[in-house]
Ligand binder design. Structure first.
Ligand SMILES: Nc1ccn([C@@H]2O[C@H](COP(=O)(O)OP(=O)(O)OP(=O)(O)O)[C@@H](O)[C@H]2O)c(=O)n1
Ligand SMILES: C[C@](O)(CO)[C@H](O)COP(=O)(O)O
Length: 254
């Protein structure tokens, strides 16, 4: 793995694997779903191990899940690994996993198990930016679609469709945001502590950890993500991930 900055930092990695995978519709928690015979969670852990950046790993699994606990035990990682019960939302799962990390870390990365094929180099780029002094770093890729803002139309107003376009942001400024998202450890703890006071509506609007850092006024820096870091959300995403892995000689069933 290439690194432009010498890394002396102790980095903890949170893997959120506590979701149910409703949109994938597999009938089991998504992080357990096999990709070439290997659970998505295990692919994600192998990517972290290959990056060499983690001193400690904390995995949030669905409350009471024993399958993923056993998968974690069976995956060789050099960092200390803790498994905790996740919460009702992704942010709740992050908070639970954060509490289980050692107190003396310099930085923490938060990674979706659903981004199971994230290349080790992406972890390296986030680690380099943290080591260079950034307090918050996210990987992202340019957006290829034209993106519109929209709103509900007043009932009966249009009679054509229930939604109308309200604007077209300049695409050159837009980025699709991925994980791992990296933070100075104290910042991530403060950001999640502040979010505990959110109303249900505010909490529902939190879709990533960088938003919490932004709300504290912290600059969030963007490094290059990867098309391979796709979030496996729907059956089509799983097919795409299979096609990606079919072209990769490693990481298939042992
Ligand atoms: N309560 C939750 C919800 C989500 N996640 C994790 O957050 C990541 C991103 O969530 P998403 O891809 O939306 O997963 P699910 O919530 O499982 O999917 P769905 O919304 O289709 O049920 C996943 O790795 C998921 O396991 C979590 O740890 N705890
Ligand atoms: C954190 C994230 O992966 C960044 O793109 C994304 O926001 C997670 O969204 P989800 O709705 O919880 O899948």
């Amino acid at each position: 793995m290439s690194s432009t900055v010498s890394r002396q930092q102790r980095i903890g990695v949170i893997v959120v694997a506590g979701g149910s995978g409703q949109r994938l519709g597999y009938g089991i928690p998504k992080a357990q779903v096999p990709l070439f015979g290997v659970a998505l969670l295990v692919h994600a852990l192998r990517g972290i191990e290959a990056s060499g950046i983690a001193s400690a790993i904390s995995v949030a699994v669905p409350a009471g899940d024993t399958v993923m606990r056993s998968l974690c035990r069976g995956t060789a990682v050099s960092a200390s690994l803790t498994v905790v019960d996740g919460g009702a939302t992704r942010a709740d799962s992050v908070r639970a996993a954060l509490q289980a990390l050692p107190a003396d870390l310099d930085a923490v990365m938060v990674h979706d198990a659903a981004r199971a094929l994230t290349p080790p180099e992406v972890f390296g780029r986030v680690a380099d930016a943290l080591a260079a002094g950034a307090a918050a770093v996210i990987p992202a890729v340019p957006v290829t679609d034209t993106v519109k803002t929209t709103a509900d139309t007043a009932a009966g107003q249009a009679g054509i469709a229930p939604r109308v376009v309200t604007g077209t942001p300049d695409r050159s400024t837009l980025r699709a945001v991925q994980t791992p998202q990296g933070f100075e450890a104290g910042l991530l703890r403060r950001a999640h502590a502040a979010a505990r006071g959110f109303t249900a509506e505010q909490a529902a609007a939190v879709t990533d950890d960088a938003m919490l850092a932004e709300s504290l006024g912290t600059p969030v820096y963007v490094v290059e993500g990867s098309e391979l870091s796709l979030k496996i959300t729907t059956p089509l995403d799983l097919l795409l991930a299979e096609a990606v892995l079919a072209r990769t000689p490693t990481d298939k069933e042992d």
